[in-house]
Design a protein around this ligand. Structure first.
Ligand code: MET
Length: 502
């Protein structure tokens, strides 16, 4: 079928799919380590501020764009203001493409760990197990010795599942998968959190999570982290929510749907935070260390700290472990399909090809690029690409998108009129002030500062690059990817529409 004829079967189907996209590795694998690295309680206030002044307002805006202009992100932006807006849509699509390539490998790890959990195969040294036995990480970042078959095989399996779901189409593939995954995920996840908060020492962890650390509020990095995370977590500013809402029937309440999706995502994230910090509190009690000294593993938190926690648990360890990694897998797949759908929809619209062809081409290409993460330098690439694409892809794009729509194309009124015409809840001062002033000012300041810090780091041998990587590695895996996304976005805009975009 044709891209423009695809539609969700029911309202619940759309909401489940949107929640399925939002709730992902970001909530379970990413949020805990970002919150942890930013001091736990210090993260809370910036997180809520970013959610209410940027996250939800942009989500409403993107649902409205998709619903009003009824196309993939590039097509919707084209209809909004022509070619001079279209490139923003493509930029998001390419950013989505880049994220999908490494997102898929984390799901592959989760599948492996679901298997390991049955026997707790990771042993006592869970850090060595992850980096040594599983990932076979090279000594030097960027030095690629070859593929790691133990990662490559589940990784290809993940792409096969994604292919099958997307090949089924919007209703029979995406909606169907989410109808099974999301209820299952919710039940499994609540069981895990209940187990975690009833562990001895849980209160120690929860206290550190919920105690706002006001002294850290002046720290810019905490704010940057909070905004970046909200965008990633809500799947906004990289084409996803525009694509999903373009499949809504004409009569659909966009504002209400955005609130439901946003609050469901944050509830999930808060639950994940509660579960993880409760478990960390348990670890703190066991080891006698303060909570912020229990682990120091960043990206590996879920795959290092969790296995350790599972080792120490009084009973039901294996079940807990299996459920935890299973929930990671389910949440990951339902998000990965949404991100791949953005470029499937984009190329279908632009090149006027069938869905089947677009799925073949899109999944095939992302699978090919994703192979780098199945090599023994994969984790270094993942870490660097994730940092650069989130800061100079997602956050920068969020800024450009909002400024362009509000200040350059002056479409805020048009969008508000459309949203209000189809929705119960009316948009008012909160929505307008957030998008007109708060988001551009805060994100703009953040972005300039981030750019300054990272450019400076290339020239200053004392401060060192992100994670201490060499300039060469940062240029290859970081800057060229982030800048490349923008360049390719513009190139796609320059190509001819194979079908009248109006
Ligand atoms: N929202 C997703 C998450 O939180 C990420 C974008 S979709 C791959 O994991």
């Amino acid at each position: 079928d044709n891209q423009q004829n695809s539609q969700w079967g029911t309202r619940a189907g759309f909401i489940l799919a949107a929640i399925g996209s939002a709730v992902g590795l970001g909530n379970i694998w990413r949020f805990p380590y970002v919150a942890y690295e930013n001091g736990g309680g210090a993260f809370f206030i910036p997180y809520l501020f970013a959610l209410l002044t940027a996250g939800i307002p942009i989500l409403i805006m993107e649902f409205t764009i998709g619903h009003k202009y009824r196309g993939s992100s590039p097509l919707s932006f084209f209809r909004l203001a022509g070619k001079k807006a279209e490139w923003i849509g493509w930029w998001g699509v390419i950013v989505a493409f880049v994220i999908s390539t490494y997102y898929s490998v984390i799901i592959a790890w989760a599948i492996k760990y679901t298997g390991y959990a049955f026997t707790m195969k990771w042993g006592q040294d869970t850090k060595d197990f992850l980096y040594g036995d599983v990932l076979k990480l090279s000594e030097v970042p960027g030095e690629i010795g070859g593929f790691v078959p133990g990662v490559l095989i589940p990784h290809l399996f993940v792409w096969a599942i994604v292919f099958l779901i997307l090949f089924g189409g919007v209703k029979k593939g995406i909606e169907f998968a989410n109808r099974i995954f999301i209820p299952l995920l919710t039940v499994v996840f609540i069981a895990i959190v209940i187990r975690a908060v009833t562990l001895p020492g849980a209160m120690i962890g929860l206290q550190s999570f919920f105690q706002p650390d006001l002294s850290k509020l002046t720290n810019a990095t905490v704010w940057v982290a909070a905004y970046g995370h909200i965008f990633f977590s809500l799947s906004i500013a990289f084409a996803i929510m525009i694509t999903y809402s373009s499949y809504l029937p004409k009569k659909s309440d966009v504002t209400n749907n955005a609130f439901i999706t946003g609050f469901a995502n944050s509830s999930f994230e808060l639950l994940a935070g509660i579960g993880v910090f409760a478990a960390l509190g348990f670890m703190a009690l066991q080891s006698g260390l303060p909570i912020d000294k229990v682990v120091s593993v960043g990206v590996g938190l879920a795959f290092v700290a969790f296995p350790s926690i599972i080792n120490e648990m009084p009973g039901m360890n294996a079940i807990f472990g299996v459920l935890f990694f299973l929930s990671l897998t389910l949440a990951g797949i339902s998000s990965l399909i949404s991100i791949v759908e953005t470029y499937i929809a984009g190329i279908q619209d632009k090149f006027n090809i069938s869905r089947g062809k677009a799925v073949f081409f899109g999944v095939g290409l992302s699978m090919l690029f994703s192979l780098i993460y199945s090599t023994n330098s994969g984790l270094y690439f993942l870490d660097t690409v994730d940092y650069f694409i989130n800061n100079f892809g997602v956050a920068a794009l969020g800024l450009v998108e909002v400024v362009a729509i509000v200040w350059i194309f002056k479409k805020l009124d048009t969008l508000q009129t459309h949203a209000d015409a189809v929705s119960d809840i009316r948009l008012g001062a909160w929505w307008r002030i957030s998008l007109r002033y708060i988001t551009p000012v805060v994100l703009g300041y953040m972005f300039i500062d981030l750019l300054r810090v990272n450019v400076m780091r290339l020239h200053d041998s004392k401060t060192g690059n992100y994670e201490g990587y060499t300039n060469e590695f940062i240029m290859t895996a970081g800057w060229s990817v982030a800048v490349g996304a923008l360049v390719f976005g513009i190139l796609f805009m320059l190509l001819k529409w194979r079908k009248d975009p109006q």
